[in-house]
Design a binder for this molecule. Structure first.
Ligand SMILES: O=C(O)CCC(=O)C(=O)O
Length: 356
C-alpha cells in the first residue's frame, strides 16, 4: 500500500513536471490501477477543477464586477435624490454630469427641449405643489386698478407681493389693439412654424373645450366660425409663442409694459389666449416660473381668483373684469387659482408674458 502510494505520488509529480493537466493523470491506466489499491487516491492529490469551470468562474466574477460598476452611478443618483449624500459642490456637479449623460447619451433626449422625463398629471401637480405663503392674499379684498404706476411703486406693492393689480394705462402706444385679429395671427403663423404642428414640446397649446389638436387646425377653421357668426361653434384656445419668427413680428405691435423695472427680465416666450364669449379657462393654478402680465387687446374678460386652500381662512375670492384697451392685469398665477370667462360679444385676444 505504501509502495503504491509512493508510486502514485511519483506519477502525479511527473504529470506536474511535464505540465500536463490533472485530467491526463486520471486518464492513465496506471492511475486507475493505483486507485484500486488506494481507494482514497483522488483526495491525496489536489484534484484541480476542469478548465471550463475556471472559465465560468472568471466570467461570472467579471460579470459581477461589471454589474456593480454599472450600478454605482444609479446608487449614487438614488442616494442623491433621497438626500443621503452631503450637499457638496462636487457631489452636485457629479449628479448634474450623470444626469446629462443619462438623458442625452443613453436616453438620446435633447435635454434643452425635454421638460420632464415623465410628465406630471396636472391634478397630481396641483396636489403636490408647495404650500403658498398666505401673505399673497391675506388682507387683499379687491384687485386694485391703478394708472401712472412707477416702476418703484410696482416693485413695492405688486411685482413680487402676489397682490393682483390692473394697470389701466399700460398699453399706450401699442398698435396691437388695432392689428391683433384672428386673420392677422393666421397670416403670421406660416406652415413652417413649430407652434402649428405641436411637435415642439416647448410650444404649448391649450385647446380647452375645443377639439383642436394644434394651432394649425385652429387657423383652418371656417371664416364664419372665426368671426363668431351666429350659430357657429364657440371656441377658446391659448398658446405659447415659442416661434421666434412669429414672436418678432408680434413684438412690433406691443412693447414691454412701462411699469416693469429695468432690471426685470421678460420671458422670451409670450402667451396668447383668444376665443369666443361664454368660454374661458377653467379654474386652475399654474406651475410656471414667475408672475405674469396679460394685456387685454380685444374683448372683455372676467377673472375669478381663488386663494389656495391652505389660505382659505385668511383670504377671500376675488373677481375682476378687464376691458379691452389699455389694460393689463398682473397676476401670480402660481399662487392664485384662476378661471376666466369671456364676456360681451367680441372675440377676446390677449397677449402676456412672465417677468422676474
Ligand atoms: O387668459 C386666460 O383665459 C387664461 C390664462 C391662464 O389661465 C393663465 O395665464 O394661466
Amino acid at each position: 500500500m505504501e509502495k503504491a502510494r509512493q508510486q502514485f505520488e511519483d506519477l502525479a509529480k511527473k504529470i506536474d513536471e511535464l505540465g500536463l493537466s490533472p485530467e491526463t493523470l486520471s486518464s492513465l491506466p496506471s492511475y486507475h490501477k493505483l486507485c484500486t489499491i488506494i481507494p482514497s487516491t483522488p483526495h491525496h492529490h489536489p484534484v484541480q477543477r476542469p478548465r471550463w469551470h475556471k472559465l465560468l468562474a472568471c466570467t461570472l466574477m467579471f460579470g459581477i464586477v461589471v454589474v456593480i460598476a454599472a450600478l454605482i452611478p444609479f446608487i449614487f443618483m438614488i442616494m442623491y435624490e433621497i438626500k443621503l449624500l452631503p450637499d457638496r459642490p462636487w457631489i452636485q456637479g457629479l449628479h448634474k454630469e450623470l444626469t446629462y449623460v443619462w438623458l442625452e447619451d443613453v436616453m438620446q433626449l435633447d435635454i434643452e427641449d425635454e421638460e420632464c422625463i415623465v410628465n406630471n398629471l396636472e391634478e397630481i401637480q396641483d396636489m403636490f405643489r408647495p404650500p403658498v405663503n398666505c401673505s399673497v392674499c391675506a388682507n387683499v379684498t379687491q384687485v386694485d386698478r391703478v394708472e401712472k404706476l412707477s416702476s418703484d411703486d410696482f416693485v413695492k406693492y405688486y411685482a413680487y407681493s402676489g397682490h393682483p393689480v390692473v394697470i389701466t394705462d399700460a398699453t399706450v402706444n401699442w398698435t396691437a389693439n388695432s392689428h391683433f385679429t384672428f386673420n392677422f395671427f393666421k397670416s403670421i403663423y406660416d406652415k413652417e412654424s413649430p407652434v402649428l404642428d405641436g411637435e415642439d414640446e416647448n410650444c404649448q397649446f391649450f385647446p380647452y373645450k375645443t377639439k383642436f389638436e394644434n394651432l394649425g387646425e385652429v387657423f383652418q377653421m371656417s371664416a364664419s366660425r372665426s368671426m363668431l357668426t351666429d350659430g357657429s361653434d364657440p371656441w377658446y384656445i391659448g398658446w405659447s409663442n415659442c416661434d421666434s419668427t412669429a414672436a418678432n413680428i408680434l413684438r412690433q405691435y406691443y412693447q414691454r409694459p412701462y411699469f416693469l423695472p429695468s432690471n426685470s427680465e421678460s420671458s422670451k416666450t409670450d402667451w396668447i389666449f383668444m376665443g369666443s364669449p361664454g368660454y374661458g379657462a377653467p379654474l386652475h393654478i399654474d406651475d410656471v416660473e414667475f408672475a405674469s402680465w396679460q394685456a387685454q387687446i380685444k374683448g372683455t374678460k372676467k377673472w375669478l381668483l381663488e386663494p389656495p386652500p391652505e389660505c382659505y381662512l385668511q383670504c377671500q375670492s376675488l373677481e375682476v373684469t378687464v376691458y379691452p384697451g389699455k389694460l393689463v392685469i398682473v397676476l401670480d398665477t402660481n399662487k392664485w387659482f384662476h378661471a376666466t370667462l369671456i364676456l360681451g360679444e367680441e372675440l377676446s385676444v390677449v397677449i402676456g408674458s412672465e417677468y422676474d
